[in-house]
Design a protein around this ligand. Structure first.
Ligand code: S3P
Length: 176
């Protein structure tokens, strides 16, 4: 593993399971800190000119991961930007190295119950299509937990907290 501690970029990256509020928080923090924000899923959608759901359906997950990896490689060009990453970014060891280099990595966590209540009716999350029950979500979270924790500089639990509470907690943690 590359030691990136001493040479971190100036970005703030939000990672975590689907529907933990990464995009919402990226917007909130960017307003407070007067920094630009980008959503990596949106970058991919614009690049391929297709929704995430359509990319999965038409080209499959492997193709999506290739495009995602390419976009992550390019984030070292960004500075002072809040970057909301897709929930699967940390599944690839090269991506972990690249996001750690790019800046401070904040992991947002949420209970399976919270996630389930947020994803109901959301059709743009292909990986949860057949796993939209507590057990399915829990299993997937457990499989990913190690990668998420390995990537994170800061961990914030969002369960049962308001958007503003989570935002302030993130801001405090960044300044510590
Ligand atoms: C994924 C999460 C999604 C999106 C894609 C794959 C994942 O992003 O990148 O559907 O593997 O967890 P969000 O975490 O923003 O939903």
């Amino acid at each position: 593993m590359v030691n990136t501690k001493d040479n971190k970029g100036s970005n703030i990256l939000l990672i975590g399971f689907m529907a933990t509020g990464k995009t919402t928080m990226a917007k909130e923090i960017s307003k407070k800190l007067a920094m630009e924000y980008i959503d990596l899923d949106k970058v991919i959608e614009e690049k391929i000119e297709m929704s995430i759901a359509d990319i999965f359906e038409r080209y499959g997950e492997e193709y999506f991961r290739q495009v995602e990896k390419q976009c992550i490689k390019n984030i070292n060009q960004l500075q002072d930007t809040i970057i909301s990453c897709g929930g699967g970014v940390c599944l690839d060891p090269d991506n972990i190295v690249n996001i750690k280099k790019a800046g401070k990595v904040i992991l947002l966590e949420g209970s399976p119950e919270t996630i389930l209540s947020r994803i109901k009716m959301d059709r743009n999350r292909p990986l949860l299509k057949d796993k939209d029950d507590i057990e399915g979500i829990k299993r997937m979270m457990d499989e990913r937990k190690y990668s998420y924790h390995q990537s994170a500089d800061i961990i914030i639990d969002t369960s049962g907290k308001s958007v503003l509470n989570v935002r302030d907690e993130i801001l405090r943690a960044i300044n510590e």
